[in-house]
Design a protein around this ligand. Structure first.
Ligand SMILES: N[C@@H]1[C@@H](O)[C@H](O)[C@@H](COP(=O)(O)O)O[C@@H]1O
Length: 261
């Protein structure tokens, strides 16, 4: 696992947008897995700026969703489908045809989950998967004690995650769904390059357990230790509880820039 410590969220967004740009120059129709939440917004802003300035050509990029709420009516502004269309697909100038996600309003949720895993495989697999992290160490919506071999499936949110996400629902927890569809940890580990961004002090404990703790389903993000090419990008605040922070800094400083992340 490569750990890169950046000064702040903006620098993290720039670094990861640069990695996406490099991927798209090698593989213009790369399948990009995108995460929701506040953390990845600087990535989408930096990438949009690179596309608008002509530095990056994302016209053939394909976008896929990591997770989704179950039961929100189609078109609900906080469904992750709506969020990804609004924050990623439209700013990049892509059409809905280049976008895929699980159907959170399906009557048969299990069938929708299985169909999504099949669709990801049929699309050639995810080339680069962006991830945030929950305060409890979840990735996607894989809450603590999710199977490390899990596939896309329905999950029940913890009370803490519903509290954390209530800010997107008028601070009214009763509006936050209890159930979600999420790519499983096994599904996420199949992506060719998972990149997790974590910013702010509130993520410091989860980051330390993810990077330096044991691989354990209690901290779902720790499963990234099993991936041969996983990158964790953290700002100084989120890195504040890493014992090996100086080692990670020195390693990245000595890395030739052309290698990227
Ligand atoms: N399902 C999403 C995750 O993908 C995201 O990583 C997490 C953290 O969000 P934030 O980045 O806003 O802290 O929120 C939600 O639970």
């Amino acid at each position: 696992m490569e750990v890169v410590i950046v000064p702040d969220a903006k620098a993290g967004g720039e670094l990861i947008a640069g990695a996406i740009g490099a991927l798209l120059s090698r593989k213009p129709d790369a399948l990009l897995g995108v995460a929701t939440g506040s953390t990845p917004l600087p990535i989408y802003q930096a990438l949009t700026a690179k596309v608008r300035s002509g530095e990056v050509d994302a016209s053939r990029a394909r976008i896929c969703q990591l997770d989704e709420y179950v039961g929100l009516p189609a078109g609900h502004p906080e469904s992750y489908r709506s969020v990804v269309l609004r924050e990623v697909v439209e700013p990049l100038g892509l059409s809905e045809a280049s976008f895929m996600g699980p159907d959170g309003s399906a009557e048969d949720v299990q069938a929708a989950c299985e169909a999504y895993d099949k669709a990801l495989a049929a699309a050639g697999g995810v080339d680069l998967q962006l991830l945030g992290i929950g305060t409890d160490g979840h990735i996607g919506f894989n809450e603590p004690c999710s199977s490390l071999a899990s596939r896309t499936r329905i999950k029940t949110l913890t009370e803490q995650t519903r509290i954390d996400n209530a800010r997107f629902f008028d601070n009214d927890i009763s509006q936050v769904p209890h159930h979600v569809i999420t790519q499983g940890i096994g599904t996420i580990l199949e992506s060719r390059h998972p990149i997790l961004l974590a910013t702010g002090e509130g993520k410091a404990d989860a980051v330390a357990q993810t990077v330096e703790g044991p691989v354990a389903s209690f901290v779902p993000a720790s499963a990234l230790q099993l991936h041969p090419h996983a990158t964790v990008v953290v700002d100084e605040a989120a890195a504040s509880k890493l014992k090996l922070a100086d080692y990670f800094r020195a390693t990245y400083a000595a890395k030739p820039r052309w290698q990227g992340i």
